[in-house]
Write a protein that binds this ligand. Structure first.
Ligand code: M6R
Length: 629
C-alpha cells in the first residue's frame, strides 16, 4: 500500500522516461521510500524500480546499480518510449523494498500500474485473483489492480474500459495510473479521494499528483473530479465518469512557473522557501485591500449575509496549519467577538462537535489534500455547517469540497517542513478575521483600516528578520550536540513555541517541546536542568500583562539552570539581564508577532538539522502530503 506518494504519467514525442523521471524529481517531496518507472515502447513495457530515494532509481536506469529488485522486467532501461508512468512512494504497509516499489505489473508484464491511496477490499480481491491462478509477487494492494486489468483486457476491451470496470470494484481512496504495451500511445488515470491533475500540452499530455511535475512543459491544467477516468493520448485528453459517461472538465492556468519549483541557488528548498517569505506574505495580501483601505474578499464565495449569520467558528487543521489555527483563534475572538474553537482535524469528527447552520468551519491546509482535514471538512458539511478553506494549492481537493476558499499565494512549497505556507496562512486568517470584523461591524472602519495598513508592512518586517538572521545560524550550529530544546510562549507566542518545537523535531530529530509559559510550573519545569536550552518568545511590550509575566518565567527557569534563548522585540530592555542569547525581532502589534517571531525558529531548526547532517527537505519518516488518516 502506498498512501501519499507522487505519481507521473506522460504521453507524447519526448522520451517518456526522461519526462517521467524529471517529474518524479519534482514530486519526491511527497514520498521517498522507493521509486519506479514503466515505459511503453516497441510493444513491450520496461519496468525499473528501486527502494530508497530517486537517486537509486536513477542509478539503476543508468545501469550503475546492480539489480536489487525481485521483479525488474526484462527490457532495455532507458528506452525512449512514447508513454510512461512513474511513482515515488511513502510506504505505510509493506516494507519499502524493491519488491513493493511501484509500478506493479500483471502476470504477463503487459500492464503496469502506479497507485496512491489504499484499496480497502484488497484482501478479498487478492484471494479471488489467487484462486483464479494469478501469481502476486508483492505485499501491496496495488498489484491486485494490475491483475484485475489483465483480466479485463483479456476480454478484449481497451485499457480505458478495463480501468473503468476495475475502479467500480475497488473500495477506498485511490489514484491509479496505468500503461499497457498493447496501446503504447495511451496512459490511463483514475481518481477517487486522492489527487491527480492533467497537464495539457501540444502533441503531448501529462498526469501528475500535482502540477509541479509538469510545470516545465505546460501551465495549462485540468482538474479531475471524483470517480473519473482520464485517457491521455498525444492528440488529446478524454475524461469520463467511472460508468463511461463523458465528464465536464474544469481547465485552469497555473500562475507560477518552473523557476518557482526549483531551488534557485539555495542548498535546500526549505532555505529558498524561508527566503521567499516576504514575497509570499506580500502576494497573499495582494488584491485583497481596496483603494479605500477596505478589505475585499469576494473570492471567498461566502456572502456578507452568510458571514453576518455566523455565531461560532471552528478551525480544523493538522501540524503547522493547526498552529496557524491556534493563532487565528486569538485574532478572531479579539476582532470579531465570535467564539472560536481550534481542533486537530484528526480528532474533530470523533468527538461529536456541536455544529449548526450558523457555524463556520475553517479548514486550513497548505496542500489541500491532507486526509484528516478533508474528512473533517466532509463531516462539517454533513452537519450543515458552512466550510471555508484556506489552501495554497489551487484546485486541490479541500478547496473544491468547501463552500468557500481563500487561497494563500505562497507558491509551491516543496520542503516537507512548512515555512512560507505557515506565514501566509497567518495572513489569510488575519484577513478573514478583519473582514468578519468589517462586515459584522465589531470594529470601527478606521480600526480595521489601521490593522490592514500594519499588515501591509509585514513583508518588510519579515525581510528585516531575515537580514539579521546570521547569529541564529551560529547559535543553532553551537547547539547541534544538545539532546533536547524547550520552547515557551504565552498568548500567540504559545503556538509559535509549538511550531518552533515541531520544526526541530521533524528536521533535527531532537526532543523538543513547546509549552504555554504559565503552564510550566504545573509540571514541565521539572525538565529544566543545568544548561538546558530554552527558547522563550516574549510578547510585545504593548501587552504589559503578558510581557511582564513571561519575564518572570524567564527568571524562574534561569534560576534553575536553563540556558535562555530569548526572542524579544527591538527596544525591549527588560529581558536583557535574563537572556543568555538575545534574538531581536521588529516591534509589531501583539497579534501579528507570530509573523516575525516564527522566522528565527525556522532558521534555527533548519541550520541545526543541517549541522547534524540531515536532509532538511526530506526528513526521515515524513512526506509532504499526508493523504492517510
Ligand atoms: O498540507 P497541510 O497544511 O494540510 O499539512 C498539514 C501538516 O501535515 C503539515 O503542516 C506538517 O505538520 C508539516 N510537515 C510541518 O512542517
Amino acid at each position: 500500500m502506498a498512501r501519499m506518494c507522487g505519481i507521473v504519467g506522460y504521453v507524447g514525442s519526448q522520451s517518456a522516461l526522461d519526462v517521467v523521471v524529471e517529474g518524479l524529481a519534482r514530486l519526491e517531496y511527497r514520498g521517498y521510500d522507493s521509486a519506479g518507472t514503466a515505459v511503453s515502447a516497441d510493444g513491450k513495457l520496461t519496468v525499473t524500480k528501486r527502494a530508497g530515494k530517486l537517486a537509486n532509481l536513477r542509478e539503476a536506469l543508468a545501469g550503475t546499480l546492480p539489480p536489487g529488485g525481485a521483479d525488474d522486467s526484462p527490457g532495455e532501461d532507458g528506452t525512449p518510449g512514447r508513454s510512461g508512468i512513474g511513482h515515488t512512494r511513502w510506504a505505510t504497509h509493506g516494507a519499502p523494498n524493491d519488491r513493493n516499489a511501484h509500478p506493479h505489473t500483471d502476470c504477463t508484464g503487459a500492464v503496469a500500474v502506479v497507485h496512491n491511496g489504499i484499496i480497502e477490499n484488497f484482501a478479498t480481491l487478492r484471494l479471488e485473483l489467487e484462486r483464479r491462478g494469478h501469481d502476486l509477487s508483492s505485499d501491496t494492494d496495488t498489484e491486485a489492480v494490475a491483475h484485475l486489468l489483465e483480466e479485463e483486457l483479456a476480454k478484449g476491451v481497451g485499457l480505458a474500459d478495463a480501468m473503468r470496470r476495475v475502479c467500480v470494484r475497488l473500495d477506498g481512496a485511490f489514484t491509479l495510473v496505468a500503461v499497457y504495451s498493447g496501446e503504447p500511445d495511451l496512459v490511463v488515470g483514475a481518481r477517487r479521494n486522492s489527487p491527480l491533475v492533467v497537464g495539457v500540452g501540444e502533441g503531448e499530455n501529462f498526469l501528475a499528483s500535482d502540477v509541479s511535475a509538469f510545470i516545465a512543459h505546460t501551465r495549462d491544467a485540468i482538474e479531475l473530479g471524483q470517480d473519473q477516468v482520464v485517457e491521455l493520448r498525444p492528440t488529446g485528453v478524454r475524461v469520463t465518469e467511472f460508468d463511461g459517461t463523458p465528464a465536464a472538465v474544469t481547465e485552469y492556468h497555473v500562475d507560477w512557473d518552473v523557476s518557482a519549483a526549483e531551488k534557485g541557488g539555495h542548498d535546500y528548498f526549505m532555505l529558498k522557501e524561508i527566503a521567499e517569505q516576504p514575497t509570499a506574505v506580500a502576494d497573499t495580501l495582494l488584491g485583497r485591500i481596496g483603494a479605500d483601505g477596505r478589505l475585499s474578499l469576494d473570492e471567498m464565495r461566502l456572502t456578507d449575509d452568510e458571514l453576518r449569520d455566523i455565531d461560532k467558528i471552528i478551525i480544523v487543521a493538522c501540524g503547522t496549519a493547526y498552529h496557524a489555527g491556534m493563532i487565528a483563534k486569538y485574532a478572531i475572538e479579539h476582532w470579531t467577538q465570535l467564539p472560536c474553537e481550534v481542533e486537530l482535524a484528526s480528532e474533530f469528527r470523533y468527538r461529536d462537535p456541536i455544529l449548526t447552520r450558523s457555524t463556520l468551519v475553517i479548514a486550513i491546509s497548505q496542500s489541500g489534500e491532507t486526509m484528516d482535514t478533508l474528512m473533517a471538512v466532509r463531516h462539517a458539511r454533513e452537519q450543515r455547517a458552512s466550510v471555508l478553506g484556506i489552501c495554497n494549492v489551487n484546485g486541490s481537493t479541500i478547496p473544491r469540497e468547501c463552500d468557500g476558499v481563500l487561497y494563500t499565494h505562497a507558491g509551491p512549497e516543496i520542503a516537507v517542513a512548512s515555512t512560507k505556507a505557515f506565514l501566509t496562512q497567518l495572513v489569510a486568517v488575519y484577513l478573514i478575521a478583519l473582514y468578519l470584523a468589517q462586515v459584522r461591524g465589531t470594529k470601527w472602519g478606521d480600526e480595521v483600516f489601521a490593522m490592514v495598513q500594519l499588515l501591509g508592512t509585514m513583508p518588510q518586517k519579515v525581510e528585516q528578520v531575515l537580514e539579521t538572521i546570521e547569529p541564529v545560524r551560529e547559535l543553532a550550529r553551537s547547539l547541534a550536540g544538545e539532546r533536547c530544546v524547550l520552547f515557551l510562549g504565552r498568548h500567540v507566542g504559545f503556538p509559535v513555541a509549538l511550531e518552533g518545537a515541531l520544526k526541530l523535531k521533524e528536521l533535527a530529530y531532537m526532543h523538543a517541546e513547546g509549552f504555554a509559559a504559565g503552564e510550566l510550573k504545573h509540571g514541565p519545569i521539572a525538565l529544566i536542568e543545568q544548561g538546558l536550552p530554552v527558547v522563550v518568545i516574549v510578547p510585545s511590550r504593548a501587552r504589559p500583562i503578558l510581557h511582564d509575566k513571561i519575564v518572570s518565567n524567564i527568571q524562574e527557569i534561569r534560576a534553575r539552570g536553563a540556558r535562555t534563548i530569548v526572542i524579544a522585540e527591538e527596544g525591549d530592555e527588560a529581558v536583557v539581564p535574563y537572556a543568555d542569547t538575545l534574538i531581536r525581532v521588529p516591534a509589531v502589534p501583539t497579534l501579528l508577532q507570530p509573523l516575525v517571531a516564527t522566522v528565527p525558529l525556522q532558521v534555527f531548526a533548519c541550520e541545526l538539522a543541517t549541522a547534524k547532517g540531515h536532509d532538511v527537505d526530506q526528513p526521515r519518516n515524513l512526506a509532504k502530503s499526508v493523504t492517510v488518516e
